[in-house]
Design a protein around this ligand. Structure first.
Ligand SMILES: Cc1cc2nc3c(=O)[nH]c(=O)nc-3n(C[C@H](O)[C@H](O)[C@H](O)COP(=O)(O)OP(=O)(O)OC[C@H]3O[C@@H](n4cnc5c(N)ncnc54)[C@H](O)[C@@H]3O)c2cc1C
Length: 352
């Protein structure tokens, strides 16, 4: 054994990687090409219970108990109070999770895996367990498995603005963006305003600038990237994949934080059992695969709903959104959706 050997190597230190790492005790190496919490790609909206359960409630910027869906013909207001949403500060959230982990963090790019070693800008590192949490780029698993279908990615671009709190809202308007959606996410001071293309079209800036003008807002900065809308393989050979690297971002709503944290926590729990000698690596890989497969049907329903949102006439979407906001429908589907990924066992991190 060399000093470079670890029990587990986790590639990517955002939502998925931190969720895995905080469940682990042992010699864990956490790798990312950026400092933890320094490169935000997301609007950071999630149910309030997520930061609360993870012990990073101090990251919450604003709580939202209403959501408005806007279409060209009507606006529908949803009561979210059964499971309120929040927007949070990415850096505080991620640094809070890192502080709960025993892992050694190293800032370095990962270029692949060769002869069982993870190849980085700082040299090669080995571990019996390797987890790819590198997001849609799939730094490790892309070399080992088939590439996902090109249509399996959406693209989102958003702008940070000083727009005052006008409430959490989604826009389904094909004039604003065909085959996609727009959003305004208030974040305490100012709002993030964005557009997402379900077809993965990346050139959204001109349309986003028009949207900003319509909202009376000006961008102080932009960020964006691809995110998956199709569930892929959670394991490839002896590698685990979690979060966007496994296509776990939810289709339609583009919510990827919760699934990354939920599947990351479960993956970390299984790996810890391997480290404790209570499970073989093969059994852990199989257990993780079976856990993810249990959700495949739910992902298919959301894929179908996303197809409808991308292709149906907006007047149909107006009628569907209106119905979904009413009794008896809302109390049936919203808590079910809002509590997805609830991790009761995860309140206390592994290291406390
Ligand atoms: C504009 C936009 C808005 C969004 N808004 C929301 C939202 O409000 N709520 C929500 O739930 N989801 C949202 N999403 C989706 C969400 O951001 C992703 O699903 C989520 O970030 C996935 O987490 P992850 O940890 O799997 O991957 P990521 O957050 O992408 O993290 C991957 C990490 O791996 C690192 N990395 C990548 N390649 C390498 C490499 N080769 N070497 C070393 N490190 C590497 C990266 O630096 C990064 O830190 C949004 C997405 C976009 C694009």
């Amino acid at each position: 054994m060399t000093p470079r050997d670890y029990d587990v190597i986790v590639v990517g230190a955002s939502f998925a990687g931190l969720a895995v790492a905080r469940r682990l005790r042992g010699r864990v190496l956490l790798l990312d090409r950026n400092e933890v919490g320094s490169v935000q790609t997301s609007a950071c909206g999630t149910p309030l219970w997520v930061p609360q359960r993870l012990g990073v409630e101090d990251s919450v910027l604003q709580v939202h108990d209403r959501l408005t869906i806007r279409t060209p013909t009507r606006s529908v207001s949803y009561d979210l109070s059964a499971v309120p949403f929040c927007t949070f500060d990415y850096k505080i959230f991620c640094r809070g999770l890192l502080a709960q982990s025993e892992a050694r963090f190293l800032r370095t790019p990962v270029t692949g895996i060769e002869e069982g070693a993870v190849v980085t800008g700082e040299g090669r590192f080995r571990a019996p367990v390797v987890v790819d949490c590198s997001g849609w780029r799939r730094a490790l698993v892309k070399e080992r498995g088939p590439e996902p279908d090109a249509r399996a990615h959406s693209f989102g671009l958003e702008a940070r603005t000083e727009l005052d709190d006008e409430g959490l809202s989604f826009w389904l308007d094909h004039r604003l963006i065909p085959n996609g959606l727009g959003w305004v996410f208030p974040v305490g001071e100012g709002s993030l305003i964005g557009l997402g293309s379900y077809l993965g079209r990346p050139k959204l800036k001109p349309a986003l600038d028009r949207f900003l003008r319509d909202c009376g807002a000006e961008a102080s900065s932009y960020h964006g990237t691809y995110f998956p809308n199709r569930l892929w393989r959670p394991t490839t050979g002896r590698l685990f994949a979690v979060g966007d690297a496994a296509g776990q971002c939810l289709p339609l709503t583009a919510e990827g934080i919760r699934p990354a944290i939920y599947f990351g926590a479960e993956c970390g729990r299984l790996i810890q059992r391997v480290l404790d000698g209570r499970l073989t690596l093969e059994a852990a890989l199989d257990g993780y695969r079976r856990l993810v497969e249990r959700y495949r049907a739910a992902y298919r329903v959301l894929e179908w709903a996303q197809w409808l949102a991308a292709h149906a006439p907006t007047r149909w979407l107006a009628v569907i959104s209106d119905l979904a906001a009413r009794h008896p429908f809302l109390p049936r589907w919203w808590p079910r959706y809002g509590w997805f990924g609830r991790f009761d066992h995860d309140v206390v991190p592994a290291t406390q």
